[in-house]
Design a protein around this ligand. Structure first.
Ligand code: ATP
Ligand code: MG
Length: 805
């Protein structure tokens, strides 16, 4: 019975831990099964809805409730969105067994009541105002209580609960200012050291000392089983497994070396390496190299490099091909156990056997082929002939004898081995046959004693064949568990499409900073720590995470803001000659690399710029227009301006132009006489002339590569969605010569306080030379730079909306 329920629950997407938990309560499981029936659910339901259905089951406690299906349906079609609504709706049907109807249910549970963020904010502000004194005494420690109280305000009954916290945080910040030592001391005391927490087997704190949430202790990863708890068909195998691992977490990151990794893979890297590290376990980097035709040396090297760049160290680097002998032996065992047969059908015949109808869809009648009933001896003989090169590719495959009656296509006699006349990167021409993914993956996981085989949700159906194969071969069965992929929208990640951009010369290569391969992201200057904290904030669930480029960029920006020094750089310089200063005049101007009293000494303290009678400013900081303007505060013929950190303002005296009206030089006056100085409307950047600044040969300002959020959906193909201004080049730019000092000291490896994701970057790579160009953006050195040529990339803009057209 409970097995049936478990299947039913897993069909709608419950993970095993949850399922086991629910099964412990007979009444709740009974109700849950009825609810699944009522809702006619036969497919994966999203996590939120599952949670709501579960809470409905919990409230029902096994009782028969007439008209409960009204509640179930309202959850399934999305009308009921919160636990509170479900609970009110349930109360209503329970109280009205005879007359329950949809309209009353909706009004009792607040369906369709939409409170705007503004309304919610008003209520919260009122609450905070009337409890101001109390809040000021208790400070940040009372935030949870405020959250609880605010939820009880009748006007907010139907407000979306996720609105509360951000608004409270914002208002409290306004009232109290940022957290200070009064707010942090207590918290640190409370947090147990990692080791202690583990020893006492308590659930780990959900946040780190900095208040950062950890993807490893909550969500999908937080719910995973402990080593040793994954069920086995043959329990004695678990003993051996635990002996081999010492009860530690063993994971693996298993890329196919057939392309460059992309941003999505960084999630897989973090999930596998990070989960192991978090639990003091180990993680393999395993190259899944069973497809010799697609593999290339450069991919192996790049993958190793990227794992290292993201700050992880494989426990061991292995290759599926290391196990070809063992895999072959198990294939013979499969035949000996009468679970494998050599098949000579064509792909078309196999499709028919699997129930493919003439229109290409599945669902027709399935049937076994004549080869399925051969004797073990005959199969063994033919399999050895396959190995010995007797058959050409396509003439024979080894198939698993599974279950054609099963509902899952993964059980319809999958191919285990195929003939391929291709030499292999590592085994040369030793093999004429190669194992498939379905045969290899679970068995190599088993050989390597993997405790958690974490992969993405497209493998959900494979879980059945994975377990089946381990069981029929009587080997330790690792637990495959599936999490949601990470996608970035507004770009493309597919290898084939990127290859097209590269081959047609639309981008500079696989590592062009406008792309989202990891090589590209690295070249663009994104720090590896920024990627990890970004993925951590997204968390891991079973749903696919689709993220817009701008959200990724905003995470990178905030990371760079905390870790880069600031320099003055001018994209389009204009000379300014200050007429009332002598040629010999020179004043040292001290500017901190990073303003703020407590900034890390690694930023470099202060640097000195020489202010003389000839300087440069940016062309856009001068407007040759004397009409007063309400929104232009910089230099005009009748509006003086301040120069960053220079004591007095400058005013325009005259402007020199070429025949086309372009400004060649501005003659100016330094307003340093008694009584002349006024607070300027704004300060602009400037650079010293002479040795104080250096020329940058090329600045590449990268913008979005595509115009739309979904380039692949363009009716004329993704190439038609290319943004023609995706790379702007500046060749006249200059930067203060302190850049050379920053360059020499890079990578600065400034740490973000309390973050778990600080990665020590190695020296010698151009992109680790990063800085904020004041008012222009974040930049780094490009790998095309040489000893006498400087090339910069823009990593991200300074603010979210600038730079987008
Ligand atoms: P793609 O098809 O996008 O090129 P892939 O699945 O062929 O990727 P693999 O080399 O097989 O790439 O992937 C190695 C691991 O990375 C697998 O466990 C896979 O599930 C995971 N992975 C691949 N793409 C993503 C993604 N977008 N998000 C999270 N994990 C991913
Ligand atoms: Mg793959």
């Amino acid at each position: 019975m409970s097995e049936e329920l478990a299947t039913l629950f897993s069909k709608i997407g419950l993970n095993e831990t949850k399922t086991q938990e629910i099964l412990k309560n007979k009444k709740v499981s009974k109700s849950f099964a009825e609810i699944i029936e009522e809702g006619k659910l036969s497919d994966i339901v999203d996590d939120k809805k599952i949670a709501l259905l579960h809470s409905l089951a919990t409230e029902s406690k096994g009782a028969e409730i007439p008209h409960r299906e009204l509640v179930t349906k309202a959850i399934v079609d999305g009308r009921l969105k919160t636990n509170l609504q479900v609970s009110e709706a349930f109360k209503y049907v329970k109280a009205n067994p005879e007359t329950a109807n949809n309209a009353d249910l909706e009004s009792n549970s607040g369906v369709g009541v939409e409170l705007s963020e503004g309304q919610v904010k008003n209520e919260i502000v009122n609450y905070i105002q009337s409890n101001k004194e109390d809040i000021e005494t208790k400070r940040y420690s009372c935030v949870p209580a405020i959250l609880g109280q605010v939820k009880k305000i009748p006007e907010l009954k139907w407000a979306a609960p996720n609105l509360f916290k951000p608004i409270i945080d914002e208002e409290i910040l306004k009232l109290l200012g940022p957290k200070d030592e009064r707010d942090t001391v207590k918290k640190e005391k409370k947090k147990p050291a990692k080791k202690e927490a583990k020893a006492s087997e308590t659930k780990k704190e959900e946040t780190s000392a900095s208040g950062e949430r950890s993807m490893f202790s909550e969500g999908f990863l937080g719910d995973l089983h402990k080593p040793g708890q994954n069920p086995q068909m043959y329990p004695e195998l678990m003993k051996e497994h635990l002996k081999a691992t010492g009860g530690k977490v063993f994971t693996r990151f298993p890329p196919e070396p057939n392309g460059y990794l992309h941003i999505g893979h960084s999630k897989a890297i973090m999930v596998n390496f990070g989960y192991a590290k978090f639990h003091d376990g180990v993680c393999y980097l395993r190259f899944d190299d069973t497809n010799p035709e697609a593999e290339e040396e450069r991919y192996f090297t790049s993958i190793l490099d990227m794992v290292d760049w993201l700050g992880f160290e494989p426990w061991k680097v292995t290759y599926s091909s290391d196990y070809f002998d063992e895999l072959y032996a198990l294939a013979e065992r499969l035949i000996e156990n009468d679970r494998g047969y050599v098949c000579h059908c064509t792909p078309e015949q196999v499709k028919l056997q699997r129930g493919q109808k003439p229109d290409g869809t599945l669902g027709g009648e399935r049937f076994a082929c004549e080869h399925r009933s051969k004797s073990k001896e005959q199969n063994l003989e033919e399999f050895r002939k396959m190995r010995n090169g007797f058959y050409k590719p396509g003439e024979a495959t080894l198939r698993m004898k599974q279950d054609l009656e099963s509902d899952s296509p993964q059980m319809w006699d999958l191919v285990a081995y195929r003939v391929l006349n291709a030499p292999h990167h590592r085994t040369g021409d030793k093999w004429k046959i190669y194992p498939t993914y379905d045969f290899t993956h679970c068995l190599v996981d088993s050989f390597e004693n993997i405790s958690h085989s974490l992969c993405t949700t497209e493998f959900i159906l494979s879980r059945e064949s994975y377990e089946w194969l381990c069981d029929v071969l009587k080997v330790y069965r690792p637990a495959q568990r599936e999490y949601g992929r990470l996608n970035i929208t507004g770009t493309i990640l597919s290898k084939r499409k990127i290859a097209k951009l590269v081959n047609e010369g639309i981008v500079r290569g696989w590592d062009d900073p406008r792309l989202y391969t990891l090589e590209a992201i690295r070249r663009r200057g994104v720090p590896p720590g920024a990627i990890l904290s970004f993925i951590n904030t997204l968390g891991v669930t079973t749903n696919t995470t689709n993220i817009q480029e701008v959200r990724f960029e905003s995470a990178v920006r905030s990371y760079l803001d905390q870790t880069t020094p600031r320099l003055m750089m001018i994209l389009d310089p204009v000379k300014v000659v200050i007429e009332n200063l002598e040629d010999s005049f020179s004043e040292d101007v001290e500017i901190p690399y990073k303003p703020g009293a407590n900034s890390d000494p690694k930023f470099g303290g202060n640097r000195t710029l020489k202010f003389t009678n000839t300087i440069y400013i940016d062309r856009s900081d001068f407007r040759d227009d004397s009409t007063p303007s309400k929104d232009y505060f910089r230099l005009t013929p009748n509006q003086p301006v301040g120069l960053m950190k220079v004591p007095f303002n400058i005013a325009v005296k005259s402007v020199e132009k070429d025949s086309e009206g372009n400004v060649l030089c501005i003659h100016a006056t330094y307003l340093n006489k008694e009584g002349e100085h006024k607070k300027p409307k704004t300060f602009i950047q400037w650079l010293p002339s002479g040795e104080g600044s250096i020329k940058i040969d090329e600045i590449r300002v990268q913008n979005r590569l595509f115009n739309s959020e979904n380039p692949s959906a363009h009716p004329d193909g993704f190439l038609s969605d290319i943004n023609p201004n995706s790379e702007e080049i500046y060749t006249n730019a200059i930067i203060e010569s302190s850049f050379l000092d920053v360059k020499k000291r890079s990578p600065l490896n400034v740490k973000i306080a309390d973050s778990e994701f600080n990665i020590e970057e190695k020296s010698g790579r151009p992109e680790t030379v990063r800085f904020q160009a004041l008012r222009v953006g974040y930049f780094c050195m490009d790998k095309d730079s040489t000893d006498n040529k400087l090339i910069f990339n823009r990593i991200v803009t300074l603010k979210e909306d600038s730079g987008k057209n």
